[in-house]
Design a protein around this ligand. Structure first.
Ligand SMILES: Cc1cc2nc3c(=O)[nH]c(=O)nc-3n(C[C@H](O)[C@H](O)[C@H](O)COP(=O)(O)O)c2cc1C
Length: 316
């Protein structure tokens, strides 16, 4: 299976809807960018919760809501509200590397504290109705943090464990630590999903070749650098997948134009629209021909009209 990674500010519903409309066969499902557990009940979660409300998620790519935090009661309350909304699985984020998050023992910041992980899972698992999956890094400061986390995860009935084999302090620098992944893989009793630096179909093939027991892969930035990537993987490694891919799919230009059309109709001011388009452009423009200098002009344009003129001169 191919899973779209959660990326705060990027893979919210606007992206998921546009993407799955143009490339319905690409991803099997997505994990949503995290909802903070401190939001507790959905009423107080504000705008972010709109991202997982079923009425906003009428698209062919199913989504699993992700939760971030360590407040047990909020964890249970939010999980069970999501279950009432129809979600059979929630994902717990133990990977977020942001310092202000990690400093509070949230995201990857909880990995050096196995006792906390143990007491949270002991409290939460018997009380939540949806099944739980987790997304982890190898540690925060130390890739060996995971050694003490795995036996704890093994004691609980988790749906799966997604491993991004970096430590939190690295953010996204360096390369995934595949040697450490190889060491820990036999220790993890749950289904493991691989995540990290799949930017080409060949990257996918190398992970599958080195870790044949891993059949599910989560892709984040690679799908924004090249929206066709999941389709290219499915075509090149067709025997890994149950369904085949149609050849007459949309192009990256069509995808970018449709995404921008959808951003333009968002009920926000022009400044916010410009910011959003530029955020996507930094990643999506890599899939287009054209010089870097020409692509940079979009980032320097100072009003919506100018941004659109620059982009459409490359995509239409
Ligand atoms: C801008 C950005 C936002 C992210 N937001 C989340 C998030 O909300 N939850 C999460 O678990 N991971 C988040 N991640 C991490 C990604 O899900 C993924 O683990 C990471 O990008 C590595 O995978 P990749 O190499 O395929 O991109 C984020 C990453 C980026 C770059």
């Amino acid at each position: 299976m191919l899973i779209l990674a959660p990326m705060q500010g990027l893979t919210e519903i606007l992206f998921r809807k546009t993407y799955s409309l143009l490339f319905p066969d690409a991803f099997d499902y997505a994990i949503s960018p995290f909802l903070s557990i401190t939001h507790g009940n959905l009423r107080d979660a504000g705008k972010k919760v709109e991202d997982v409300l079923p009425e906003n998620n009428q698209c062919s790519m199913p989504v699993v809501p992700q939760l971030l935090g360590h407040e047990c009661e909020g964890f249970v309350e939010l999980s069970n509200r999501l279950y009432e909304l129809g979600y059979n699985e929630v994902n717990w984020n133990m990977g977020c590397p942001m310092r202000r998050v990690a400093a509070k023992h949230r995201g990857s910041g909880i990995l050096p504290y196995p006792d906390e992980v143990d007491s949270i899972l002991s409290y939460v698992i018997p009380r939540i109705k949806p099944s739980l999956s987790v997304k982890v890094r190898l540690g925060y400061n130390n890739p060996d943090d995971i050694d003490k986390i795995i036996p704890i995860l093994n004691r609980f009935p988790l749906k799966n464990v997604t491993v991004h084999p970096r430590i939190g302090r690295q953010l996204y620098s360096g390369v995934p630590n595949l040697d450490k992944l190889e060491e820990i893989l036999p220790e993890i009793k749950h289904k493991v999903i691989y995540n990290g630096d799949i930017f080409t179909a060949g990257d996918y093939g190398r992970i599958r070749a080195r870790f044949p027991q891993i059949t599910d892969v989560m892709i984040g930035r690679g799908a924004l650098y090249n929206p066709l990537l999941p389709l290219q993987i499915r075509q090149r490694y067709a025997s890994d997948f149950t369904s085949s891919v149609v050849d007459n799919h949309a192009t990256p230009c069509e995808f970018i134009n449709t995404l921008i059309d959808n951003i333009i109709t968002m009920p926000v001011g022009n400044e916010a629209k410009c910011r959003k388009i530029k955020e996507y452009w930094c990643l999506l423009s890599k899939s287009l021909p054209g010089t870097e200098e020409r692509k940079r002009r979009v980032l320097h344009a100072d009003c919506l009209d100018a941004i659109l003129r620059e982009i459409f001169s490359m995509t239409k």
